[in-house]
Ligand binder design. Structure first.
Ligand code: 13P
Ligand code: SF4
Length: 301
């Protein structure tokens, strides 16, 4: 293992690369991160970095977003098949059809979308800033794609009328209210921290609704010693590492994003050796999509 990591770090230097790693990645990948974070952190850091190569340890839409933001860098995704099923639940064509039904209504897209969908949207958001972004829009009605659960959560925090798309994260909807109630019974002193991709009945049972980095920051600051975590299991490693004196209980052991686990150390080495797999976006799409991501980043400072 150490030889493998040495080889990776050696090549990383040669390629002038940075490792951007999502909070759901396996422990050994989190351990070599330059930046470990949520979708908002990672897109910000991609833009700010002076490295020539970005190795994105996450899923395809995240690498695509980095590629749009950094046209002068090589963005590598070590496993091209690491996708996000929710991002594939809406396409550019389907969104254009919806926009025709609601002429003039602004579109907010979750960052978990393809570049083509971002190119059709007015502004993008992440789980960390969705409420702020929606409330910043000067319109009474908005279209929100693709996550109906995040969209529903936002609708409880705004006066705006939100037209929802029927998309969802298969990993987060696998966490049920029953799971949370059982965990609360076992750990009555624990605070429940959940991601807004969870279903409304789970959100209603949570003490805090936060992005993945928001969950990590809250757990660190809180005086509480026990937490029930309503999101993907990969985050538990970071939470335990950063808070060795606290206990973290997954709401559901089945909340595993298999796509996030497709990145391995070997694949990172091969990515750096062969400079693969390069994630690029056609210029005509990238030009349109960058505005919607940049607007979000400006509003999230
Ligand atoms: P975060 O931006 O909160 O990390 O969420 C990304 C994601 O894909 C959650 O499923
Ligand atoms: Fe997509 Fe859900 Fe996996 Fe996040 S956890 S990358 S939303 S499938």
């Amino acid at each position: 293992m150490n030889r493998l990591i040495d080889k990776i770090l050696d090549l990383k230097k040669k390629r002038n690369a940075i490792f951007l790693v999502h909070n759901y990645q396996p422990p050994e990948i989190q351990n070599i991160a330059d930046i470990l974070g949520d979708s908002l952190d990672l897109s910000r850091k991609a833009k700010e970095s002076s490295a020539k190569t970005i190795v994105f340890c996450g899923v395809h839409f995240m690498a695509e977003t980095a590629s749009i933001l950094c046209p002068d860098k090589e963005v590598l995704l070590p496993e091209l098949a690491a996708g996000c099923p929710m991002a594939d639940m809406v396409t550019g064509k389907k969104l254009r059809d919806l926009k025709k039904k609601h002429p003039g209504v602004p579109v907010v897209c979750y960052i978990n979308t393809t570049a083509e969908v971002k190119a059709e949207s007015d502004i993008c958001c992440t789980s960390a800033n969705a409420v702020k972004i929606v409330n910043s829009i000067d319109a009474d009605k908005i279209i929100f794609v693709p996550d109906k659960n995040l969209g529903h959560y936002v609708s409880t925090k705004t006066k705006k009328d939100i037209i929802l798309w029927d998309g969802y994260c298969p990993v987060h909807v696998a966490i049920s209210a029953r799971h949370v109630l059982d965990a609360k019974k076992k750990h009555p002193n624990a605070e429940v921290l959940a991601h807004p991709e969870c279903t409304p009945d789970v959100v209603d049972l949570a003490d805090k609704i936060l992005s993945t980095t928001g969950i990590c920051a809250y757990a660190k600051e809180s005086k509480n010693k026990e937490f029930i975590i309503g999101t993907e299991l990969g985050i538990i490693y970071r939470l335990k590492k950063e808070n060795p004196d606290k206990s973290f209980y997954p709401a559901s052991e089945s909340a595993v994003c298999q796509n996030m686990k497709k990145i391995t150390l070997e694949k990172i080495l091969w990515a750096l050796e062969d400079m693969k797999f390069k994630v690029t976006v056609e210029e005509n799409i990238s030009k349109k999509a960058i505005g919607c991501i940049d607007k979000m980043l400006k509003l999230s400072i």
